[in-house]
Design a protein around this ligand. Structure first.
Ligand code: GLU
Length: 555
């Protein structure tokens, strides 16, 4: 019996060969140096910040070179499938506007290199496995899970390298006849790659991020097709898919780098050119409790999963910039010099990615985000804020819709100017700093943050005098301020800071103490955006109402 006959016995219905697929998926017709990249997550968990980093880098590499970015659903580990994970991947890519050029989702396929879902590519993988069996580079292996456990135990005890290689690869040299007999007897098997490598022989591999690395050759007979569902293992699917989909650059988590010897040998077995690799760094964070730097954890750190940023309402571009800031050491400088360029024009340089790990910190994201939000027009911010609220806080959404004009006016305070206020790091942080603009919110227990002047009678005196004799909605800011100074002096406060500092005891307080009283009665806070603008939005009538609330509430 020949290997070919054995291959036919195992795959009787597979008639196509790798060469047929070679013709079916020809080299892509793209400009020179255009990069073909892919995001290839497994739906075994919800998309996390590490996945996001890969996706953004892939997107940048493809877009900045006029190439193609495609999405491949690596669903071969069906036992670990997580409901909703695939939908979430698509949602995140669309939400962040890093949509793939080619993909398959909800019955729709876009692109000529599909199927883009691995479980739908079984026939293709089988053609490649069949070919390897025919040429004697793969074989059915009948080791049972318990036999494999025994081998591992033995290897551990006797301090040998773990794995199925050399004498442990018991079925590697079995004749096709014997193998065929076992198969006919219904014995379970996986298909293993038949390695030609020599572990004592080294080769040099160049990773675009990690640099040149010396590896021992692979000599493990690794499973390439599982017995349970006849699906390929990750390694084999990587070879077949990235070859046929004409990937030029593989961006993947650093944990895969140890598989390079195997991937190198697999590509060599078919005579295919390997793509270029960028093994990304681990995402690290400073532990809040003990200050040590550790790997970000999906279990412990809510910011590890991509839900977090959407729920908090970070602008999408701020999140992408934060990711690129940790991914490439020259991104920040590029962003400073190109504040308005789309992020995907950034020439991502794999060499400028720290091989040891990327430190992610939320303060950094907050700063980037504050900057982004401060540059939005008031009406853009209103729309973004409302969109967020509609998804995450109905109550706020209603207030925003019922008070659209005033909300935009409020958001416009110290905005649309050269140096805008930078007080919101995300959409969820706006309401705690603006609730006081909505009369409906004044029915709760209020926490007035008065400063030096906190005596109720004195406050009422100031406010009554201010509202009856001083404040006029029609005044300009200068007119208002001049009138405040007069009232200040009249009531025993110093309108002139210099004079006050010379003789503080001669006054009840300064003009700053005086205006703080007005600010706190109207907003409960001692710090707010420009008070004059706030009063212009409120108008006198509502200011009087707030004074009445103060009279009832303040003890
Ligand atoms: N499915 C693999 C993972 O999620 C993909 C690795 C790769 O990009 O090749 O880790």
């Amino acid at each position: 019996m020949t290997n070919k006959e054995l291959a036919d016995l195992i795959f009787p219905n597979i008639t196509k060969t790798p060469s047929d697929y070679e013709l079916e998926y020809p080299a892509r017709n793209l400009p020179e140096n255009a990069k073909v990249t892919r995001f290839a997550p497994s739906p075994t968990g919800f998309m996390h910040i590490g996945n996001m980093m890969s996706a953004v880098i892939n997107y940048c590499l493809a877009k900045s070179s006029g190439g193609v970015f495609f999405l491949r659903n690596e669903d071969t580990d069906q036992a670990r499938f997580v409901e909703g994970a695939t939908e979430f991947i698509h949602h995140i890519l669309n939400y962040y506007k890093i949509s793939p050029d080619e993909y398959e989702f909800n019955g729709e396929t876009v692109g000529n290199y599909g199927p883009y879902i691995q479980s739908e590519r079984k026939e293709i993988y089988h053609a490649f496995v069949k070919y390897l069996i025919e040429i004697g580079r793969a074989y059915p292996c009948f080791l049972t899970p318990s036999e494999i456990d025994e081998i591992r135990e033995y290897q551990t005890k006797s301090k040998k390298r773990i794995g199925i290689y050399g004498k442990y690869a018991k079925y590697r040299d079995m004749t096709p006849e014997d193998a065929a007999q076992k198969i006919k007897n219904g014995e379970k098997f996986v298909i293993r790659f038949k390695s030609n490598g020599n572990f004592n022989q080294k080769f040099i591999f160049e990773d675009l991020t990690q640099g040149k690395i010396e590896f021992p050759e692979n000599d493990l007979d690794v499973p390439i097709m599982k017995s349970s569902d006849l699906l390929p293992t990750y390694h084999f699917a990587h070879l077949v898919d990235d070859h046929l989909m004409r990937t030029t650059h593989v961006v993947r988590g650093g944990e895969w780098i140890s598989s390079i010897p195997l991937h190198y040998e697999l590509f060599k077995a078919f005579g295919y050119k390997m793509p270029k690799y960028i093994h990304t760094s681990l995402i690290l964070k400073k532990d809040e409790e003990n200050g040590t730097i550790r790997k970000i954890s999906k279990r412990k750190d809510p910011e590890a999963l991509m839900f977090y940023y959407e729920e908090k309402g970070y602008p999408i571009l701020a999140v992408i910039d934060a990711v690129l800031t940790i991914a490439n050491s020259n991104f920040e400088e590029w962003r400073t010099n190109n504040p308005d360029k789309p992020f995907y024009e950034f020439p991502f340089s794999p060499k400028k990615m720290s091989p040891s790990g990327a430190l992610f910190d939320l303060d950094k994201l907050d700063n980037i985000s504050k900057n982004y939000i401060s540059k939005m027009s008031a009406s853009t911010l209103y729309n973004e804020y409302l969109t967020w609220a509609k998804n995450y806080d109905e109550h706020i959404a209603k207030l925003l819709e019922n008070h659209k004009e005033d909300t935009i006016k409020f958001l416009n305070i110290e905005r649309e100017i050269k140096k805008p206020r930078k007080d919101y790091e995300n959409y969820s942080s706006i309401f705690p700093k603006s609730w006081y603009m909505y009369d409906e919110e004044w029915d709760k227990d209020l926490n007035y943050k008065f400063g030096k002047i906190n005596n109720k009678e004195e406050i009422i005196k100031i406010m009554e005098e201010y509202l009856t004799t001083c404040y006029d909605d029609k005044d300009t800011q200068d007119e208002w301020f001049n009138k405040i100074k007069v009232l200040c002096d009249k009531l025993g406060y110093a309108s002139d800071m210099k004079k006050y500092k010379e003789n503080p005891d001669n006054y009840k307080g300064s003009i700053a103490d005086f205006t703080t009283v007005i600010r706190v009665v109207l907003t409960t806070y001692d710090m707010t955006p420009n008070l004059y603008d706030i009063m212009q939005i409120l108008g006198k009538e509502r200011m009087v109402k707030r004074l009445n609330i103060f009279k009832e509430q303040y003890k």
